[in-house]
Design a protein around this ligand. Structure first.
Ligand code: ZN
Ligand code: ZN
Length: 277
């Protein structure tokens, strides 16, 4: 199953549209067989994100075999300690952008808490409350690869939540939860640029103001009023004649625009946007 192709959403570059999820199959990680049959899930509201809740050796970042060992020990704990039929999670993301298949899509997880498992798949990020606490970018990508995979193959809905949403637990830890609350962005995605001061000036009316012959209208008056505000001397009478044209030429020369005396879109916008000198 390694290298299966799924559509990854919310990426901007068309070249990044298809990204392989790097699956670690149950066979590859040496999973024990489940102790019974899973309850079927055909869709969920989304996915809940989890952490281990214990210490994660920071050394796993440099050694994927340690990730495998950790997932196996979690499965043992869930099966032998909790008495569950399998590892509780649907999928597990490690610091190497690899995604372990836990119960997988279409199967009821056990990690969300009683009564909450049919609502969301459960994805574990291999971070804890000590040691490796901050999820590396590759792990965040892995979690989102898992989310995309569960949407594609298991009918997961669009929600991405934390275990603590609706259940009393500190899981998935402050770092992962802060990321979830931010909307679980893909690392490296450009943040939406903060809106600058909104351009509130009147829009170019869509016709070029020029002379001759004399043009009349509110758009002329609006432009004239703006030029007067800028310090030019002209009648604000709504009639674009020789005086308006001369002011326009003077302004265009000052702003290094084509000095043809025509208030086209560029000249209109400059009239409202150029700093007044
Ligand atoms: Zn949890
Ligand atoms: Zn790994």
């Amino acid at each position: 199953m390694r290298g299966q192709w799924v559509v990854v959403r919310n990426v901007r570059s068309p070249l990044e549209k298809f990204v392989a999820i790097d699956l670690v199959s149950r066979k590859e990680w040496g999973a024990r067989a489940p102790r019974g049959s899973y309850s079927t899930l055909t869709s969920t509201k989304g996915v809940k994100v989890h952490y281990t809740g214990g210490r994660v050796e920071p050394a796993i970042v440099n050694d994927h075999t340690k990730c495998v060992a950790m997932v196996k020990s979690i499965q043992n704990y869930h099966m032998d300690g909790n008495g569950w039929l399998d590892i509780g999670y649907s999928m597990i993301a490690c610091p190497h952008r690899k995604v372990f298949v836990g119960r997988g899509p279409g199967h009821l997880p056990a990690a969300n808490g009683p009564g909450l498992n049919s609502g969301h798949y459960a994805v574990l990020g291999l971070v804890g409350n000590s040691g490796l606490v901050q999820p590396p970018d590759a792990m965040l990508h892995g979690i989102l690869d898992a989310v995309d995979y569960l949407r594609e193959h298991g009918g997961a809905g669009k929600e991405i939540k934390g275990h603590r949403d609706g259940y009393s637990t500190d899981c998935p830890g402050d770092a992962l939860y802060a990321w979830v609350k931010k909307g679980a962005p893909r690392p490296g995605d450009r943040q939406p640029t903060p809106p600058g001061p909104p351009s509130t000036h009147p829009q170019w009316p869509g016709r070029a103001l020029k002379y001759p012959p004399i043009m009349r209208g509110d758009d002329v008056r609006t432009w004239q009023a703006q030029m007067e505000k800028r310090g030019w001397t002209l009648d604000v009478d709504g009639a674009y004649g020789p005086q308006s044209r001369d002011v326009c030429v003077g302004f265009q020369q000052q702003e290094n625009l084509k000095d043809d005396g025509v208030v086209d879109k560029a000249t209109w916008n400059a009239s409202f946007e150029a700093p007044i000198t």
